[in-house]
Design a protein around this ligand. Structure first.
Ligand code: PEP
Ligand code: MN
Length: 355
């Protein structure tokens, strides 16, 4: 992908902070919260004008009139402004109002037709676009949306991690599944990555801990929903914080350096590298033995998967994990990956599949 830097982010101090209400509700509400946020100097002001709501009957956004309020925020308070676009008409109207940053919402990222329509509407326009993760934990779908925009010539791209939907009782509104944005960062390191702790949390009490977690995982910034009267908010009231509370959260953040140039660190890294090399050697040896077992299974006409043996091994792993002060669940996950690779290799042998 051809990616260029987003000036608003480059010129800002770290972490990048986007803040503002879930929805623009009235001119007074927008100006009141924007004034408070501007005092502290956030990087950009956010507000949804068109709200994708899961169920009808909820507040679905104030519509086009809200763009004028965002314009006022930019002009009177010198704050760059951001809003969500979900259709080519939204894009057209947001561009006409000179919105500084557009974002694609989680429900839209899920739909390649919708993303393509947005990309086509943006062709030839040089506006920064932040792409939220799709509601379902599908990294390829997230990258696909970025590629569609990039193919249409949008080079100032960034991402927003807002967690993934799941069913049932849970602590978070949207499960963070940090490994997915981290894998995205590994694959596209040049893209700025922002965490939206508000939509992950679903309640303001969890914002602080999630924001710190995002900082510890090297996110470039945060986008937090803030409202002067969250109890009266027309959408997402439970997760919005008053600006003063947001500043307390930001002041409490511990900033750790991503640099690793200390000699103490490199000593530990060398030790880790040695252990990793040993793990590789053991893994290769394990697979070799496993392939030999595959030959025996083939000769004796045995099934590749033998449930009793699998159960026995998993139990042994669980026992040993306690002795070694390892997390039993994590060890089980690791074993499952190793075991399924063994099975895959044995299936190839039993069925005479060669490269
Ligand atoms: C929002 O930012 O208000 C929003 C609708 O978010 P998401 O697309 O993450 O649900
Ligand atoms: Mn919201």
């Amino acid at each position: 992908m051809r990616i260029e830097k987003i000036d608003i982010f480059e010129n800002a101090k770290r972490p990048i902070i986007g803040a503002g209400p879930c929805s623009a509700e009235s001119e007074e509400q927008v100006m009141e919260v924007a004034r408070e946020l501007a005092k502290r100097g956030v990087t950009f002001f956010r507000a949804g004008i068109w709200k994708p709501r899961t169920k009808p009957g909820c507040f679905e956004g104030i519509g086009t009139i809200g763009l004028q309020w965002l314009k006022r925020v930019r002009e009177e308070l010198s704050l760059p402004v951001a809003t969500e676009v979900a259709t080519p008409q939204h894009v057209e109207q947001a561009l006409a109002a000179d919105i500084d940053i557009l974002w694609v919402g989680a429900r839209t990222t899920t739909n390649p037709f919708a993303v393509q329509d947005i990309a086509d509407a943006l062709r030839g326009v040089d506006v920064p676009v932040l792409v939220k993760n799709p509601v379902n934990p599908d990294l390829e779908l997230w990258i696909g949306a970025l590629e569609r925009l990039n193919n249409a010539g949008i080079t100032r791209l960034g991402t927003i991690h807002r967690g993934f939907s799941s069913y049932g009782e849970k602590i978070f509104r949207n499960s963070p599944q940090w490994q997915i944005p981290l894998e995205l960062k590994r694959r596209l390191p040049e893209l700025p990555m922002i965490c939206d702790p508000s939509h992950i949390a679903g309640k303001r009490e969890l914002l602080s801990i999630l924001s710190q977690e995002a900082m510890d995982l090297s996110f470039d910034g945060l986008m937090v929903e803030s409202h002067c009267h969250p109890e009266c908010a027309l959408s997402d009231g439970r997760q919005q914080v008053i600006p003063e509370e947001l500043f307390v959260i930001l002041d409490r953040l511990v900033h750790r350096s991503p640099q690793t140039d200390s000699s103490e660190m490199s000593r530990y890294r060398t030790l880790l590298d040695d252990v990793d090399a040993e793990l590789m050697r053991l893994l290769a040896k394990r697979m070799e033995i496993s392939r030999e077992i595959g030959e025996v299974k083939k000769e004796k006409g045995l099934t590749v998967f033998q449930p009793y043996r699998y159960k026995e091994t998993v139990e042994r792993f669980a026992e040993h994990s306690a002795v070694h002060r390892l997390d039993a669940e994590a060890v089980k996950d690791i074993f499952e990956v190793i075991h399924s690779e063994s099975i895959r290799q044995q299936l190839r042998i039993v069925n005479d599949i060669r490269d």
